[in-house]
Design a protein around this ligand. Sequence first.
Ligand code: PMP
Length: 298
Amino acid sequence: MIIYLDGEFVPKERAVVSVFDHGLLYGDGVFEGIRAYHNRVFKLREHLDRLYDSARTIALEVPLTKDEMQEIVLETMRRNNLREGYIRLVITRGVGDLGLDPRKCKKPTIFCIAASIQLYPDELYEKGLEVITVSTRRNIPSAVNPRVKSLNYLNNIFAKLEANLVGVPEAIMLNNENYVAEATGDNIFIVKNGVLITPPNYVGILEGITRNTVIDIARQRGITVEEKVFTLFDVYTADECFFTGTAAEVIPVVKVDGRPIADGKPGEMTWELIAAFRELTKVDGPLIFPEEAAGCYS
Ligand code: PMP
């Protein structure tokens, strides 16, 4: 496995970061999880935009342009001979001293890892997930804003620990006002009377690229989409429920806190959106090996 680290492509064994890196010491940094399908990096521009917005919010100046960063991602895939997989792109504040002060960190650490993945077995996409709501509340936006995809994931890890305790793969997190926010690594959607509903940003969520993609797909198909707050009551009484995320893609949720959603089977609209999402992954994003694109012979 070849990793991009600070300007070089190095074997995994040499891809090491200092113990004085503030990404490690304080979670001071930002990242993206990106997917590649069919020789293309899906929604790469959107991921780079979010990465740079996250960096700007934590006042971290990225010493590379988005075009340069895009090339790093594509080249990491090429060096690993991958046409699909999961990409982790990370920018930390860099090496500093043991104090908090970011001014001590002179240069961000940047690395990119590309690997093969499948988060859930195929069977779970057919059957749907059983999940619970956890007691850990999502970070309030006025403290660590969930819109910033920072290396500070302890809030989500607490929720994951609770899910692990009862043996379910994901957990729904509420915000501090008891509105439904998101899952530990996914956004949530419900369907009620033909309307697709998902929490708005201000509830305190990561604005998922998959979430936005599904909203676009749904609107293109004439489905009414509402970004509005809702509670667990609305989840329990929904006609359908699903999660979206780069790793999970679009995955049905069929039971929440022991209550089956509708008949306890993935719903029609969920299937429709899964199929449309999968179609889009065939055509969206820059090519990794352009010479292999259909109709391009050299
Ligand atoms: N919420 C959280 C907390 C996440 O970590 C993720 C995964 N990045 C998502 C939502 C889904 O976002 P995306 O669709 O951009 O992967």
